[in-house]
Structure formats: structure tokens, C-alpha cells
Ligand binder design. Structure first.
Ligand code: KIV
Length: 275
């Protein structure tokens, strides 16, 4: 059955944990969809893990639409959320509305996600009023990396913790159906989760959130540039891929591949006529 924003709310109301993973292409989305993940996030982390940038700042609307549409074609049951890239919504409510609309029409998203708290509530409200579900994202929001001065856990001081609590309450009030909490101490994420009616999805925010999200290359050992403390490696697919590719190189070089079973045949009489 298709996961919707109602599925998200029902999970929170009934105390069932939600699962979300990133994906950026058709075949990966199809695999994750088939095993029952609730939601696939086409994160702007594609800037790091797919496009090889150092951060998410350079990611464009065209990147998000291109990858989002591929994921949407592969995900039949998971709720597809596409990230709004840097400067596609911060500039004005009008820009936010136009760009959220493009992610729905051209990217075929089921919902959009944008980063920020109180300061982006007018954008959240306008997008939601246009009939587009919004997932908020607070805490260590990677698009603000330059303002934070690096990847630093957020909400450690009383002032910062109060600001995060306010952000969470305000994005809920603005109409967000869920909120991603990233890089925040567990106890603060627990407090936010208890105070909100909408589900919280944690990444580096501890076990008390209503759901979890991870970048799939991190959890599958496919990205080694940087591994945050909160990542658990569930498999080492990177090593499996390297071993397979090494074997491929060896077999092509030795002539062992392709073998007879990988070849097509033709009647000998056809070939004889060619001499
Ligand atoms: O871009 C992304 O992948 C994200 C998750 C890390 C939450 O925003």
C-alpha cells in the first residue's frame, strides 16, 4: 500500500517507528521500495555522494528534478520526498512556491523537504496551502554549513536548545507533516518528539525519534570520504563491489570472461557464406 502523509501521522499516533532512506536513481529506489521502507528521500546529499561536491551548496533544481523523477519511477509504495536545494526557497515565498511546484510536477515528488525553522515558516505555510506536503528539517542543516562553521552538533547551549524547540513548534504550526532532526543531542530530540504532534525523523538525533533516516551510501559502506559518528554500517557493499570489479578485470584480461554461456550463436552456414 502507498505510504502517504496519513501513514506518517498514523505511525506516530500508534507508536510505530518510521523508516526513511535516501536514494537518487531508479534501480536503488526500486530495491528499497520492494523491501518496504516507508519513505525515500531524494536528498540534496546527492551533491556529496553522487556528484562529488564537498557540500550541498552547488546542487540545482535541475539536479533534484532529474534524480527525483528517476526515484519516483522506481518507488511504488514509499513516500517520495524531494529536497529543495539551496536558494530555491530562501529567497522568497514566491520562489519557494514555484520551485516546490516544479519538484511535484517535473520530479513527481509526493512531498518536498526544506531546511530551517522559524525563518522559513512563511514558505512552509504557503507551500502547504498550495496542497504540497512539506517535511521540515532542523538542527544541523547542511545548507547552513558556512553559517555553522562546520559540521557541528546543534542545540548544545540553553539558548540554542530553546531556539531548536521553538523551530520545531513553529514548523509544526506552519503545517509541516513531519520534521527531520539532524545532529542534535538525544535528550533534546526526545523532548521535541514528545512535544510535537507530527512525527520526528532523526539522523544523529538518537533513538527516541519517531523514525530514522540515513544516507544509503553511508549505511552500506559505499562512501568513504567522511563517516559521521551516527552512521551504522549495515553492510560493506563498497568492498563487495571492489572485489567483484577486480575479478571482472582479471577475467577479461585472462580471457575467462565472457564464457560460452554469455555468447550468442548463429548457424554455421551463415558464417560460411561470408568467406
Ligand atoms: O540530503 C539529505 O540526504 C538529507 C538527510 C541527511 C536528512 O537531508
Amino acid at each position: 500500500m502507498k505510504n502517504t502523509v496519513m501513514t506518517f501521522q498514523k505511525a506516530k499516533d500508534e507508536g510505530n517507528k518510521l523508516t526513511m532512506l535516501t536514494a537518487y536513481d531508479y534501480s536503488t529506489a526500486k530495491l528499497f521500495d520492494e523491501v518496504g521502507v516507508n519513505s525515500i528521500l531524494v536528498g540534496d546529499s546527492l551533491g556529496n555522494v553522487i556528484l562529488g561536491y564537498e557540500d550541498t551548496i552547488s546542487v540545482t533544481m535541475e539536479d533534484m528534478i532529474h534524480h527525483g523523477a528517476a526515484v519516483a519511477r522506481g518507488a511504488k509504495e514509499a513516500l517520495v520526498i524531494i529536497d529543495m536545494p539551496f536558494m530555491s526557497y530562501q529567497t522568497s515565498v514566491y520562489d519557494a512556491l514555484v520551485n516546490a511546484g516544479r519538484l511535484m510536477k517535473e520530479g513527481r515528488a509526493d512531498a518536498v523537504k526544506l531546511e530551517g525553522g522559524v525563518e522559513v515558516c512563511p514558505q512552509i505555510k504557503a507551500i502547504v496551502e498550495a496542497g504540497i506536503p512539506v517535511c521540515a528539517h532542523i538542527g544541523l542543516t547542511p545548507q547552513s554549513i558556512n553559517a555553522f562553521g562546520g559540521f557541528k552538533v546543534q542545540g548544545k547551549s540553553e539558548k540554542a536548545a530553546r531556539k531548536l524547540l521553538e523551530d520545531a513548534r513553529e514548523v509544526e504550526k506552519a503545517g509541516a507533516f513531519a520534521v527531520v532532526i539532524e545532529g542534535v543531542p538525544r535528550k533534546l530530540a526526545d523532548m521535541i518528539t514528545e512535544q510535537l504532534r507530527i512525527p520526528t525523523i532523526g539522523i544523529g538525533a538518537g533513538n527516541g525519534c519517531d523514525g530514522q533516516v540515513l544516507v544509503y551510501q553511508d549505511m552500506l559502506g559505499m562512501f568513504s570520504d567522511f563517516t559521521p559518528k551516527f552512521v551504522k554500517r549495515f553492510a560493506n557493499i563498497g568492498e563487495v563491489m571492489k572485489t567483484a570489479v577486480k575479478q571482472y578485470i582479471e577475467e577479461v584480461q585472462s580471457g575467462a570472461f565472457p564464457a560460452e554461456e554469455h555468447e550468442y550463436t548463429v548457424d554455421d552456414s551463415v558464417i560460411e557464406k561470408l568467406y
